[in-house]
Design a protein around this ligand. Structure first.
Ligand code: NAD
Length: 286
């Protein structure tokens, strides 16, 4: 259902790779809610994925840009605002990638060149986007910027690897830049900490199906889907959330407030045994 929440608003959306992407779902909802926007992704992802199809549905263009490359971003901001005929009212940063995760390097055996890439792609790119937008004064007053995060920024989750460090940095950038952009232009900057979601990026995490099952059991409302995440992001782009800024907002069915749930406890009650226990718990007893 459409509420015209974004009628007349212009935007910039990073990170739609295919139909499963959180950015894809958000673009569809933004279109439904009356926004106009440009889409962007890396040239490689544009070839790998199906973003052109999304652009056709949303009556827009795709401007190629690597979000780690400031020159690309400058070109994107110039071309994007020109195409839309005005400044952006909202920006979605839905970007994440870890070469260490991709290559199966564990957190105690990181390749540091890869770590730099993880941090650059998944966190510093957010700073680069914000700094470029500010340089060209490309976001309207009372505009809204959202980046996607994950609870591994606060808590250790097995297998999330160096992406946890990237998310912690991403959330910090939202606060630090949120102060500057808020004070100057009333622009709000938030991160949405989403449930595990089966997408290309999500599926790359070690044991992701188990992580999803655990989160589902732990969350009183169940895992939040990509479509539900898109709905939430739309509210953050709308004028209904004008004074929400510098926050990390959990969109996770209650997971972040839980310690143990009955559904998770049942796994033990059913007598299921983990076969890959890496620690001998008897050693913990004195
Ligand atoms: N899927 C999950 O479980 C989950 C949970 C919480 C947060 N998130 C976050 O949501 C965001 C979107 O991921 P998704 O789950 O929709 O997966 P996805 O794979 O569909 O999206 C990731 C996007 O990042 C883009 N990207 C990678 N490198 C880039 C670069 N250098 N420049 C520009 N774009 C680049 C990819 O092309 C892709 O479109 C990410 O920040 C991810 O960490 C995902």
């Amino acid at each position: 259902m459409s509420y015209n929440l974004l009628k007349g608003k212009r935007g910039l959306i990073f990170g739609a790779l295919n139909e499963n992407s959180i950015a894809w779902k958000t673009a569809l909802r933004a279109h439904e809610e009356g926004a106009t926007f440009v889409l962007t992704n890396t040239p490689v992802s544009m070839k790998m994925g199906t973003i052109d199809k999304l652009a056709e549905i949303c009556n827009t263009i795709v401007i190629p840009a690597d979000a780690t490359n400031v020159e690309d971003l400058e070109n994107l901001v110039k071309q994007g605002t020109e195409f839309l005929g005005g400044k952006f009212d909202f920006v979605l940063h839905s970007i994440g990638m870890s070469p260490n995760v991709r290559k199966g390097r564990t957190y105690d055996n990181l390749d540091y060149k890869f770590l730099h890439q993880t941090l650059d792609i998944s966190a510093l790119s957010f700073h680069k986007v914000l700094q470029t937008c500010r340089k060209f004064d490309a976001i309207n007053e009372w505009g809204s910027v959202v980046a996607l995060s994950y609870i591994a920024a606060q808590r250790t989750l097995y297998g999330y690897n160096d992406m946890a460090d990237a998310k912690a940095l991403l959330e910090s950038i939202a606060r630090s830049f949120g102060y500057i952009y808020g004070r100057e232009k009333f622009i709000r900057i938030n991160t949405v900490s989403q449930s595990p979601t089966m997408t290309t990026a999500g599926g790359g995490i070690m044991g992701f199906d188990k992580l999803m099952d655990f989160a589902e059991r732990m969350s009183p409302l169940g895992n939040a889907t990509a479509d539900e995440c898109a709905d939430y992001i739309i509210t953050l782009f709308s004028d209904l959330t004008k004074k929400v800024t510098m926050q990390n907002l959990y969109h996770d069915g209650g997971y972040s407030s839980m310690g143990m749930s009955r559904a998770a406890m049942n796994v033990y009650n059913e007598g299921l045994e983990y076969t890959d226990v890496e620690v001998d718990l008897s050693k913990h007893k004195k």
